[in-house]
Design a protein around this ligand. Structure first.
Ligand code: NAG
Ligand code: NAG
Ligand code: NAG
Length: 334
């Protein structure tokens, strides 16, 4: 009699006292142009992650100890050197030694992807990018705040010889500038993007090998992005900026020939293309929390994507506050 009572009670007990939730992998965040690791926006993203997963470790990538220097480094610097610095920084953080997931905002997204290709020690498991420029930019239209001399200087340099060695080794956005009408110059002179995108005749097999180790690679595009030209670069599409014709990633040569392993990842169901309403880097309440729950959970598995659902607040989190979209007049040569 006693035995059967216990047997009946046990399943109930198992439900009443679930095992404590496993700890999620740490989260690494790489912010965008004009932002800094210690900005209110980035701090609130980190706080939100720790609200969802209280014991989780979060690290916001920085290129300099002070917020203002870190912000300048989003405009000026040599991306190859910056990335190498980030590789050694991440390798030196004990909490990350077991691997991590990452969130890349705008240019931070393609840089994190470059991290996987070039270093990936410790290993990045799930990468989520927001409005990133995986296939480059064909224009630089961010208007700088008055008195923002770094931003203005960059704007000026980008109007000049974008593929000159001078600009390519100093101006960050130039290093992912990709003029679809002049791919020859791009392949020859782009110091960063043409290399990490394996667009030169000689392919780097390590890039593909490393990128295909990702468990999941999620690319968000902002539906009304007025800042990134073309916005479809967030999905790694190729856009003819003259005709407006969009060639989706799956129809590009690089995908078909699997230069980077994107086709491999796609065939394994590991690539996701998602749209968010709104302008570049404006998040509605609840979106990031949903991303954290769906992609960065302790079980390491994707759950069903359920955003947008139900009622959301009206709050909007805006990153990169200094950059406002404004298309420069057509007469200005970028
Ligand atoms: C491929 O990339 C790795 C990592 O950046 C580098 O060490 C290696 O020299 C590259 N190989 C070629 C053939 O360029
Ligand atoms: C990524 O590439 C580097 C060489 O650049 C290599 O040392 C590392 O083991 C690779 N990582 C993975 C996960 O493939
Ligand atoms: C882009 O479109 C224009 C106009 O239709 C065309 O002349 C040009 O060849 C296209 N460029 C490429 C790279 O396909």
């Amino acid at each position: 009699m006693r035995l059967s009572t216990i047997l009946l009670v046990l399943p109930f007990l198992a439900h009443a006292a679930p095992a404590p939730p496993a700890k999620p992998l740490p989260l690494v965040i790489w912010h965008g142009l004009g932002d800094s690791y210690d900005s209110d926006g980035i701090q609130s993203v980190a706080a939100l992650f720790q609200h969802v997963y209280p014991s989780a470790f979060v690290y916001a990538i920085r290129l300099a100890p002070s917020g203002s220097s870190d912000r300048s480094a989003t405009f000026l610097g040599d991306v190859n050197a910056q990335l190498a610095g980030v590789c050694s920084d991440l390798a030196a953080i004990p909490e990350l030694s077991g691997g991590f997931n990452a969130l890349g905002f705008s240019q931070g997204g393609q840089f994190l992807r470059g991290y996987v290709e070039r270093c990936n020690a410790p290993a990045l498991h799930t990468l989520v990018t927001f409005g990133s420029q995986h296939n480059g930019i064909a224009d630089f239209i961010a208007a700088c705040a008055p008195g923002d001399f770094v931003c203005r200087g960059v704007q000026g340099l980008l109007r000049g010889q974008k593929y000159s060695d001078y600009v390519q080794s100093r101006v960050v956005p130039a290093q992912y500038y990709r003029d679809p009408a002049d791919l020859e110059s791009y392949r020859e002179h782009s110091r960063w993007l043409a290399d990490v995108n394996n667009e030169r005749s000689e392919k780097n097999a390590t890039y593909k090998e490393n990128l295909t180790t990702l468990e999941r690679f999620v690319m968000f595009m902002f539906a009304d992005d007025q800042t990134v030209v073309p916005k479809e670069t967030a999905w790694w599409a190729d856009v003819n900026t003259t005709s407006g014709v969009v060639t989706k990633l799956q129809d590009t040569k690089g995908y078909k020939e699997d230069w980077l392993g994107l086709r491999t990842l796609d065939k394994q169901g590991k690539l996701e293309f998602l749209t968010i309403p709104g302008e570049h880097m404006r998040f509605e309440d609840g979106l990031l929390e949903e991303v954290f729950r769906n992609y960065f959970g302790p079980q390491g598995k994707r759950q069903e994507w359920i955003w947008p659902v139900g009622e959301r607040g009206n709050g909007v989190l805006e990153l990169q506050p200094q950059l406002q979209p404004e298309v420069l007049s057509g007469s200005e040569e970028l």
